[in-house]
Design a protein around this ligand. Structure first.
Ligand code: PHE
Ligand code: CO
Length: 296
């Protein structure tokens, strides 16, 4: 019998009905995956593997190979953990879905990466509004093998615990950083612009759109600029921020953010699609097809 995710309740918010899951760490119920679940994994895996050649960052592709993930079956967390623990000390833990912020930060701060154990249904192949196993495993796990990126993720977790203690506004600023780097980041490499953001690599449409469309802005990484910038959760991003290396990321985020949060609290947020005078503009987007309803 197919096991079901355990939702504890649904919260009504301005984004509609949001599922709330138990915060417990769960053993991956691998034997309960159905043939349909494994087939969904295979379809998504093969499709993205092809699309990402020449589009994903070098490290993403190389590290994915090191895990030995294949389209044949949904990977076992325990197999991936053997590789991961030995390489960077990270550990994957099974969860039911999105976690409360502080729980999530605490896991990252201790080098535990929460992975949703269930996979989307066939009718959600092209789009699902919440993270599932494919997004978490395929999207996030490869870069945890990169030593610098692995450190960045832990530093982010520690920073999150701290921001949580400072207040809601600090958390909003920090979440934007995660969004525009870990989830939707682009990187300039020797052979061109590449994707490292998990939200992009796990999306067929956005993998192509973010690099090839004339619609979005592509702007050089700027910490404070990013922390002021709103984003989209229901459409492709209007703006992508581009780093030159993971070192750039970790160096820029090393200083204590406490004074920065105080300063940012006094400045206006920036609309998702805006281009500002000081921006390092790689591409100014045409804005074609942009929804003009409010950014998050
Ligand atoms: N240096 C940040 C702080 O003091 C922590 C942090 C590191 C945040 C890396 C994000 C990414 O809050
Ligand atoms: Co994600």
């Amino acid at each position: 019998m197919n096991a079901q995710p355990r939702r504890v309740e649904h919260l009504q918010t301005d984004k509609g009905s949001v599922p709330v899951y138990t915060t417990a760490v769960v053993e991956q119920p691998w034997s309960t995956y159905t043939r349909e679940d494994h087939a969904t994994w295979a379809t998504l895996f093969e499709r993205q593997r092809e699309i990402l050649v020449g589009r994903a960052a070098r490290e993403f592709i190389e590290n994915q190979h090191k895990f030995g993930m294949t389209p044949q079956a949904i990977p076992k967390f325990s197999d991936l953990n053997r590789v991961l623990k030995q390489a960077t000390g990270w550990e994957l833990i099974g969860v039911e879905g999105l976690l409360p912020e502080l729980t999530f930060f605490d896991h990252l701060a201790n080098r535990r990466f929460p992975v949703t154990w269930w996979i989307r249904k066939p009718e959600q192949i092209d789009y699902i509004s919440e993270p599932d196993l494919f997004h978490d495993l395929f999207g996030h796990v490869p870069l945890l093998l990169n030593p610098v990126f692995a450190d960045y993720m832990q530093a982010y977790g520690k920073g999150g615990v701290k921001a949580h203690g400072i207040g809601t506004e600090a958390l909003v600023n920090l979440t934007r950083l995660y969004w525009y780097t870990v989830e939707f980041g682009l990187i300039r490499q020797d052979d061109g612009l590449r994707i490292y953001g998990s939200g992009i690599v796990s999306s067929k449409g956005e993998s192509i759109h973010c690099l090839e469309s004339a619609a979005p802005n592509r702007i050089g990484f700027d910490l404070q600029r990013i922390m002021r910038t709103r984003y989209r959760i229901d459409t492709y991003q209007k703006t992508y921020f581009v780093i030159d290396s993971y070192d750039e990321l970790i160096r820029a985020t090393e200083p204590d953010f406490t004074p920065l949060y105080a300063q940012l609290a006094r400045s206006e947020s920036i609309p998702a699609g805006a281009v500002l005078p000081g921006d390092d503009v790689l591409q100014r987007g045409t804005g074609e097809g942009w929804a003009d309803n409010a950014d998050v």
